[in-house]
Each structure stands twice: as C-alpha cells, then as structure tokens.
Design a protein around this ligand. Structure first.
Ligand code: UTP
Length: 306
C-alpha cells in the first residue's frame, strides 16, 4: 500500500460553530447519529490507510473517548440485550489503529501537520480535515491514492467553486494533465474573485510527500499569526510537482452551521432506516408552495389539539 498513514487535524477552535463548540469539540457534533470525525476515519479505513494520527488539543478528550472501548457501556448494552448497538459500539473502537498527538498551541493547520513529523517519518501521507465530509460511491481518498500511485507526487483535492466563493478557498492555477488531474502551478489563498487564477478550490483532503515538513519549517506565520498549509504548499510547488485532483463526490463543509445542516439533511435522506420517513416529513413542509415552517407547525399543532 503506497499511503499507509494519515493525519486528521482536529485541534482548531471551531469558532464558526460557537457557542456549540464552547464545551464540545466540533468534531464530535453528530451528523445524523455519528460524530463528524467518524466519517473521515471511515473514509481513511476504506481507502486502505493503516495508521491514523489525530491532532487534538485541550478540550478535545471526547474524540479519544469516542474511539476507545467503553466497557461499562458495552456491559450495559449486553445486559439490555441490545446486540446491534453493542456490535456497533465495538466496531467503532476497533475501526483503526489511531494515535493522538496534542498541538499545545493552535498555531494553524500547517503547524498542526508539522507536529506529526516524528510519527510520519520519511514517507508520503494523507491529510484529512474532518469538517469536510465527502460523500460518494468511491471514497475521495481512495481516488486520490490512485492519482498518487500514477504520478508519485503530492495530490490536493480540488472542486469547482462558484465565482462569489473563491475568496473562501485556496485557489489553484491549474495545468491540465489528464482527466480530472491538473498540475498545480501556484496556489492563491482566498483571492479576490477577479484575481483568482481559476475556480478550482482546495478542499480538506491531501496526500503530501514528506518534503512538506521542511517547507512548513520554512513557512513564517501568515494571516492571523497561523502557519498556513497553503504557504507550505506554495514552497513545495517550487521544489517538486504537486497535482490537483477533481474528485468525484459531494462535499459538505460541516464546520459551519449551514453546511452542517445541508449534510445532515442529505445524509439522513440516504439512510434506509430513517430516510423514507424523513422525506415524508420534509414533504409536509411544502416549502416550494410559499409555506414556511412556522405555518406548518401551526397546522400540526391545531390538528393535534383538534
Ligand atoms: P479551520 O480553519 O477550519 O479552523 O481549520 P477551525 O478552528 O477548525 O474552525 P473555525 O474557523 O475557528 O470555525 C482547518 C483545520 O485545521 C485544524 C482544524 O481542526 C481543522 O481541521 N487546525 C486548525 C488545527 O488542527 N490546528 C490549528 O491550530 C488550526
């Protein structure tokens, strides 16, 4: 297997989700019934990753507890005879070989990745940003590993973004190489729409060669005093080829309330156990008809009283 190790960065403050994230890690907010971070761990495992390093910080202990065994809970489920949930709880704790590394100061994504150097060593590795949920038939990282195997260089996941959203992404200057694959000639962080070199924005999946560590060491703190991964990538591009891959799949930015809601609705609709009933509920909202949720609620309440 060419890519054996992955880094999942989970040390950020999650300020866009305050106040929910004041006392709870953003990564443990539930999408339907699983914490956000479980989706990327499952994607990593389904992509052939063998070892996962989760970068955490103060206040993020719930992440470790989630992937650990809980003998009390297992015992309680066993006693209740709830064997299905027992199996699921056990499955989660044996999903992957996970280790945790604390980023003592939140000095940016680039800094979070550079703290993992001692565990990654001298081999290419995957990076997952757990806010980015990518849903599709073939796991996004699995597709990227195939691109890595072909070109043997760093690969960043990109997607087309609307012109008025380019200022929220690192935008690549692309040179087309093959279907969905581009050589990244440069990266511009959050450009003004008329300065963007393309509409291809980088999203939260990367395969990086170990040379990135040296580049991150040379990267001075940028915006907000943080070491930006994009700046490190820009240095890497000057040393070796970096490719952009336009993955197949739907990506949700679950790190914001709106993106999180969209992901929740879509993922719930696709669930065989609750999807059909949830769809029927959404249809009762009759939103396209100019009704709003309040009027539907009033209808429900008056028919319940009535
Ligand atoms: P974001 O820029 O989304 O920051 O980080 P955030 O703290 O998660 O969320 P907001 O912007 O305050 O709402 C991108 C990724 O980098 C990680 C985050 O956990 C997220 O996966 N990160 C960021 C770290 O691990 N350490 C840092 O110092 C900063």
């Amino acid at each position: 297997m060419s890519i054996r190790k992955a880094v999942v960065t989970a040390a950020g403050w999650g300020t866009r989700f305050l106040p929910a994230t004041k006392a709870q890690p953003k990564e443990t907010l539930p999408l339907v019934d699983r914490p956000i971070i479980q989706y990327v761990i499952e994607e990593a495992v389904a992509s052939g990753i063998e070892q996962i390093i989760i970068v955490t910080a103060w206040g993020k202990r719930a992440i470790e507890d989630h992937f650990d065994r809980s003998f009390e809970l297992e015992h309680a489920l066993e006693k209740k005879g709830d064997l299905e949930r027992l199996a699921e709880v056990r499955r989660i704790s044996s999903l992957a070989d996970i280790c945790y590394l604390r980023q003592k100061e939140q000095l940016g994504l680039g800094h979070a990745i550079s703290t993992t150097r001692c565990l990654i060593g001298d081999e290419p590795f995957a990076v997952f940003l757990p806010d980015d949920i990518i849903d599709g038939e073939e796991p996004c990282m699995k597709q990227m590993v195939q691109v890595y195997d072909r070109y043997k260089c760093s690969v960043v996941a990109v997607q087309s973004v609307p012109p008025d959203a380019v200022d929220k992404y690192g935008i690549i200057e692309p040179r087309p190489m093959s279907e969905r694959v581009y050589q990244v000639m440069s990266v511009v962080e959050k450009p003004h729409p008329h300065e963007a070199p393309s509409n291809l924005g980088i999203v939260g999946r990367y395969i990086l060669t170990p040379e990135i560590f040296e580049m991150l060491d040379r990267t001075p703190p940028g915006k907000g005093g943080e070491v930006q991964l994009t700046d490190g990538l820009q240095l890497l591009i000057q040393r070796q080829a970096v490719y952009g891959y336009e993955f197949v799949g739907t990506r949700y930015d679950a790190g914001t309330p709106l993106g999180f809601l969209k992901a929740s609705v879509d993922l719930a609709l696709r669930r065989p156990d609750i999807g059909p009933e949830f769809r029927r509920y959404l249809q009762t909202l009759n939103l396209s008809d100019g009704h709003n949720v309040d009027s539907v609620r009033e209808e429900h309440e008056s028919s319940a009283k009535g």
